[in-house]
Design a protein around this ligand. Structure first.
Ligand code: HEM
Length: 397
């Protein structure tokens, strides 16, 4: 059985799976744990839109109920149920979702853009004199957290602390307890402060929202925004910079002005969506999808990258996609990403600022040496070592 993780390091595998299975393939999530990978564009719309048949609530996962997936499985952080918007269906989902949509709609985009640009410049200042950097570790992976922390009213230092805590949380077992405590301490601190005095930020909006019941739900909503936004936006920035550095056609079109930055970002969402695969829907009864018999309790993984290259919607020529935003990078249906606008704003600002400030930017290693960080879900480059000229830094405003 094909391991799902192989699809993130080898995109050609989707073609092979499609030949073998059609649009819905049986893959392995971890040894002994199978799931359906939904690779058809239409089939993906079906499972994301028909929530009465395909639930988002992982407690419906048969292999979990039967103990085949152990509670300490590595799949847990992405797949196990938690009491938040992600694991809810129907009316409960809508109640928990409204504060997110209202919060995102209230973001002052001009203010956010200025704040993100300042963060980008500060990060670049930190490595500019060296003439070299890892644009993933030192840039793409840092900006989203700082930007999201800022939305909640946290300052840059607290944003860095939050990132360190999150890394510890998902890092070694020793650090993870302390990371968790620090994470909760920082978010609990701003929650407490905004209860004393409201401010113009998302924390205060969540606290005042009539649909959120008590501090625990406010905190859950903050955590879900941070955890859903960090990796995804990091990957979007990193993939765009990687294409710039490795695909001369893409870089040439962008530098020559034939491709605007927003069009370039869309091209990345088509070619390499930040979430290659996304967990999951769970069949609430026996059914059929893409010619496969789906049993009640089966998990269905959203093959967002595969669906984008479904030959029924896409002829493989990336350049004709200008202006076409029908890709599935944000998924679809009630759980569609609530934050494409701030995500784009962060990514566009990060890419533009890097291109503006880092003159003569080039890869420091062979393109073939760039490998994705191992994950079944994303194809984020593990690092992006670059050289650039230090001469022009500071001359540009
Ligand atoms: C490149 C950036 C991003 C991409 C590609 C992305 C993509 C996605 C996808 C595919 C989903 C899953 C939809 C589903 O299960 O059907 C999702 C959900 C979500 N995203 Fe994003 N996202 C991005 C950035 C962000 C940011 C910056 C935030 C918050 C600041 C955010 C917050 C969320 C939340 C809260 C959900 C869960 C929504 C729900 O279950 O109703 N995302 N996103």
């Amino acid at each position: 059985m094909t391991p799902l993780s192989a699809t993130t390091s080898c995109p050609d595998l989707f073609r092979q799976l499609r030949r073998e299975w059609g649009n819905v393939a049986w893959v392995e999530l971890e040894p002994g744990v199978g799931a359906w990978l939904v690779m058809g564009y239409q089939e993906l719309l079906t499972i994301t839109r028909q929530e009465k048949l395909y639930s988002r609530d992982a407690r419906n996962w048969r292999l979990f109920q039967e103990g085949v997936v152990p509670p300490d499985s590595g799949l847990g952080p992405m797949m196990f149920w938690r009491p938040n918007v992600v694991g809810a269906d129907g009316a409960e989902h809508r109640r928990l979702r409204r504060p997110l949509d209202d919060g995102v709609a209230a973001i002052d985009q001009r203010r956010m853009r200025r704040a993100v640009e300042t963060m980008c410049r500060q990060l670049i200042d930190g490595f500019a004199e060296r003439g070299s950097a890892d644009l993933v570790g030192e840039y793409a992976a840092v900006i989203p957290m700082l930007a999201i922390a800022d939305l909640f009213g946290l300052d840059t230092d607290q944003g860095h602390e939050l990132l360190a805590a999150l890394r510890a949380l998902f890092g070694s077992a020793e650090d993870s307890q302390a990371g968790n405590r620090k994470f909760e301490e920082i978010l609990g601190g701003i929650l407490h402060a905004r209860k004393q005095a409201a401010a113009d930020d998302l924390t205060s909006r969540f606290l005042a929202h009539p649909d959120l019941r008590g501090d625990a739900e406010v905190l859950q909503s903050m955590v879900v925004m941070i955890s859903a936004g960090q990796e995804t936006t990091t990957t979007w920035i990193a993939q765009t910079l990687r294409l710039m550095l490795t695909d001369p056609r893409f870089a040439g079109r962008l530098r020559g002005g034939r491709l605007g930055v927003d069009d370039a970002l869309d091209e990345v969402l088509w070619r390499d969506p930040p979430m290659t695969n996304m967990p999951a829907r769970y069949a609430l009864r026996d059914t059929e999808l893409g010619g496969q018999r789906i049993a009640r309790g089966d998990a269905l993984i959203l093959g967002l990258s595969a669906a984008n290259s479904d030959p029924r919607v896409h002829n493989g020529d990336q350049t004709i996609e200008l202006g076409n935003r029908a890709h599935l990078a944000w998924s679809a249906g009630p759980h569609v990403c609530p934050a494409p606008i701030p995500a784009r704003l962060i990514t566009r600002t990060a890419v533009e600022t890097a291109l503006h400030l880092l003159a003569d930017l080039r890869l420091a290693v062979d393109a073939a040496e760039l490998t994705p960080h191992p994950s079944p879900w994303t194809r984020c480059p593990a690092s992006l070592p670059v050289h650039f000229s230090t001469a022009l830094i500071g001359d540009r405003s």
